[in-house]
Design a protein around this ligand. Sequence first.
Ligand SMILES: C[S@@+](CC[C@H](N)C(=O)[O-])C[C@H]1O[C@@H](n2cnc3c(N)ncnc32)[C@H](O)[C@@H]1O
Length: 245
Amino acid sequence: MSDHKTHFGFSTVDEDEKAGKVAEVFHSVAKNYDIMNDVMSGGLHRVWKHFTISTARLKKGDKVLDIAGGTGDLSRGWAKRVGKEGEVWLTDINSSMLTVGRDRLLNEGLILPVSLADAEKLPFPDNYFNLVSVAFGLRNMTHKDAALKEMYRVLKPGGTLLVLEFSKVYKPLSGAYDLYSFKLLPVMGKLIAKDADSYQYLAESIRMHPDQETLKQMMLEAGFDSVDYHNMSAGIVALHKGVKF
Ligand SMILES: C[S@@+](CC[C@H](N)C(=O)[O-])C[C@H]1O[C@@H](n2cnc3c(N)ncnc32)[C@H](O)[C@@H]1O
């Protein structure tokens, strides 16, 4: 047991318990993850990811690391952008999510290097990647500061980090958003993924995640420059960008 506490949704847990609890969530939802994403976002997650992929400045032959890549949506987009001469790593800490992602990309004819990797201890050399991405993953990490520093370490000077994550919704919409998140989402989770608790955790973890300005500050503290963000869907999600100079 550790002396340090952290959040798992609205619960307070020992720091060394959180990763195990997050692992249970993603082992449980992996098989239904993609269909749930479409249903609960009404397909919007595809627009958020498309925007993320289209804003990146990439060229053929670049090297990209997709952290917490799960079922591979961003990796697929990166692979198309960097071409056969490029290198795109699909990584995640969770073997169930990574297996679904790897199989899905293989079925689409994409063979990418895949690695079971904890964002807080990345198994990659310093100054290696042109771009690092993390979509809807940072929220689940125990030591977000350590993960951001690792992302900084593996980027080449001039390289970019993109963090796509749920964020703070515009105030006038917060009542309706709460109703949706805490009443409807767990029911959808129960009906489709046979798991209400994991989708209750999703709603809670979004509320506990740093807002736009706080995450910007955390990225600056990890060493990034030119940090900025772009809100989408009234702040339901934000895309943060930072550069390693
Ligand atoms: C909501 S899914 C996002 C998957 C994918 N990026 C997407 O946008 O659809 C969050 C992912 O974060 C992964 N994750 C959680 N903690 C992690 C860590 N410390 N290192 C790497 N991946 C982690 C989970 O295993 C899960 O696959």
